[in-house]
Ligand binder design. Structure first.
Ligand code: F6R
Length: 607
């Protein structure tokens, strides 16, 4: 989604800005632009990739400060005019903005009635003109931004470049913005990942902060003029960009990184002697865990699928009601929040606006939330103030893979932990922990011999629609498989509990329809075999993901892909991998851009 990068220092700004944009590319975007200050502000922007922007740039752009943006269209189509930076009428300042201004329409009308000529269809452009009006009436840059922001509603990560002032003004409200402190130079970004090559000393602006950034100073205050308590944080080194190495795409690289990522996630957390899990980031006593009335898990997309697995596992192991919630629905359904309940917000990026607003809703109503987050220091992680990092490392493909398995792993560890306070014995816990420890090696084993994925791709690539079926813990795996194939190969996919299929989706089946079935050797298997028969009787072709050695079910399939056998509770960590490979390889065969699927963003920072 939209990304911001800014620089002020003694070096030439343009190459630094372009490199910053390149590091933001993984978030997904449709147009891009930079503005550099020399004696005047020069702005270049266009629809397309950063590499396409580079094509229209002069060989050398002089200037030691500037701002840059990747845009993911919300207000107004994908056009050069709508790309950021936006400038005011006299080209005295330029702005880049992430987020959405709710009252933009009224503000646009007001500006137009004053004779301001708006060039774009965006909400953001109003900011440039409003700040400019403030400057023209004698306000300082900081006051002009402050007064403007006092008149807009919505969300912003904002960075402003001025013709007549040697500084950048930044502001944040509901959309992340981070200032990186260098040595005689400073940086701005919406994403800590883009700052790692330059500095680890960063300031995460809080909602309502305004920062004045010069070559050697970062001054942060509140929008209402009070002093801000925002302090410096040291960014973890692991957030540097990783390169592709031997892999052609990040998606396949990240699929193959899963064993190592999982080792990091479970390292030091699996507590064999107590048959439990150590999760020191969870600030809750065993007594409070035992007495919690229920658990709620909240996320979007892949994180939501992980939540669904977590909810089932928690309910099964801890005998406590556990519910998963679609984050974008949560707040608007006015949920009743029990302050003793345990809430978990699950997110790879830690920046997803829907999940963040659910966290705010819970806190507003007196509840507490723990984060299950990948990106260290991200907004949701900071807002929760407690929780567990999943340590997947940077995930650069838009389609999430290694974050999914680590979210599931973290939630399964939590299920074991809460289960031990409420229901099952140390012995049962030890068996689970023992089995858990084996999973990274089993992932490696599977990835070395992933089975007839190409045959599955052959059945899927021309499909009008693909049905994914599973039961119990395998149902969210089916949903994750469907989401992945849909995202990267643009094939319409439906995921259904296998037993529900006969209540509707069976109408879609015709000769040759591919159906992907996730069926480990668990208590649901016999019922799933019955569902497979129902599909086959209508001419469907079955692509089955099952445990190795389970001939009873594998003989029923047209293509059967075996994962190593493991404890039933842990099967999602393995059964999901073939679905990821299927999605990846189908996308390749269809010529899709696997790492940057159309219309999608890695970090969805608007509601
Ligand atoms: C799927 C995918 C998205 C994200 C969703 C939530 O491959 O990437 O569905 O899972 O946007 O993102 P996070 O986990 O960052 O909150």
């Amino acid at each position: 989604m939209c990304g911001i990068f800014g620089f002020i220092g003694n070096r030439n700004a343009a190459p630094i800005l372009l490199e910053g944009l390149r590091r933001l590319e993984y978030r997904g975007y449709d147009s891009t632009g930079i503005a550099v200050h020399n004696s005047t502000i020069q702005t270049y922007k266009r629809v397309g990739k950063v590499s396409e922007l580079q094509e229209i740039l002069p060989d050398v752009i002089e200037g030691h400060k500037g701002i840059a943006h990747t845009r993911w269209a919300t207000h107004g189509g994908v056009t050069n005019e709508n790309a950021h930076p936006h400038i005011d009428t006299n080209n005295r300042l330029a702005i880049v903005h992430n987020g959405i201004l709710d009252n933009a329409r009224g503000l646009r009308e007001k500006l137009q009635s004053k004779g301001v000529n708006l060039i774009s269809e965006t909400d953001s452009e109003v900011l440039a003109h409003m700040i400019s009006i403030g400057i023209n009436s004698g306000q300082s840059p900081e006051d002009a931004v402050r007064h403007t922001l006092n008149r807009v509603t919505g969300t912003w990560g904002l960075c402003v470049l001025f013709e007549d002032h040697d500084l950048l003004i930044c502001a944040s409200n509901g959309s992340p913005l981070i200032i990186g402190q260098g040595d005689g130079e400073n940086f701005v970004s919406s994403d800590p990942h883009a700052l790692t090559p330059h500095t680890q000393n960063i300031f995460f602006l809080e909602d309502g902060d305004i920062a004045t950034v010069t070559i050697d100073k970062i001054q942060i205050s509140r929008q209402d003029g009070r002093t801000s308590s925002t302090g410096m944080t040291i960014l973890e080194k692991e957030w540097g960009e990783s390169d592709l190495g031997e892999f052609p795409h990040y998606m396949i690289k990240e699929i193959h990184e899963q064993p190592e990522a999982l080792r990091r996630c479970i390292s030091g957390r699996l507590d064999y002697p107590n048959g439990s899990a150590k999760m020191s980031g969870l600030r809750v006593s065993p007594v409070d865990l035992r007495n919690a009335p229920h658990v709620r898990l909240i996320g979007c997309g892949t994180a939501l699928n992980a939540c669904k697995i977590g909810a089932l596992a928690i309910e099964e192991l801890a005998r406590i009601t556990a519910l998963s919630h679609v984050a974008s629905e949560f707040r608007y359904n006015d949920p009743v929040i029990n302050t003793k309940a345990f809430h978990l917000a699950v997110s790879q990026s830690g920046e997803t606006a829907d999940t963040l607003s659910a966290v705010k809703e819970i806190k507003l109503k007196g509840g507490t939330v723990h984060g299950i987050i990948n990106v260290v220091g991200s907004t949701i992680a900071r807002k929760c103030g407690q929780g567990v990092y999943i340590h997947s490392g940077p995930e650069q493909a838009v389609a999430s893979t290694k974050a999914f398995t680590n979210m599931v792993a973290a939630l399964l560890m939590f299920a074991i932990k809460i289960g031990r306070t409420r229901s099952f014995t140390t012995e049962r816990g030890r068996v689970l922990i023992d089995e858990f420890n084996k999973i990274p090696n089993l992932m490696d084993e599977y990835l070395q011999n992933s089975g007839p994925i190409d045959e599955a791709v052959g059945l899927l690539k021309d499909a009008k629609c693909v049905l994914f079926l599973g039961r119990g813990l395998s149902m969210p795996v089916a949903s994750e498989g469907a989401l992945k194939l849909m995202e990267v190969a643009y094939i319409p996919c439906l995921s259904y509990p296998a037993g529900e299929m006969k209540h509707g989706p069976i109408a879609l089946l015709e000769e040759g329809s591919p159906v992907v079935v996730i069926a480990p050797n668990d208590k649901h298997k016999q019922k799933t075999i019955a569902s497979m028969h129902e599909c086959k009787a209508r001419g469907a072709k079955i692509i089955l993901i099952h445990e190795e050695g389970d001939d009873e079910i594998s003989l029923e399939a047209d293509v059967s892909i075996a994962i190593p056998s493991c404890d039933n509770l842990l099967t999602p960590l393995l059964t999901v991998i073939p679905t990821q490979l299927i999605a990846y390889k189908t996308a390749l065969v269809l010529g899709c851009d696997v790492d940057r699927p159309r219309n999608l963003a890695k970090s969805v920072t608007v509601e």
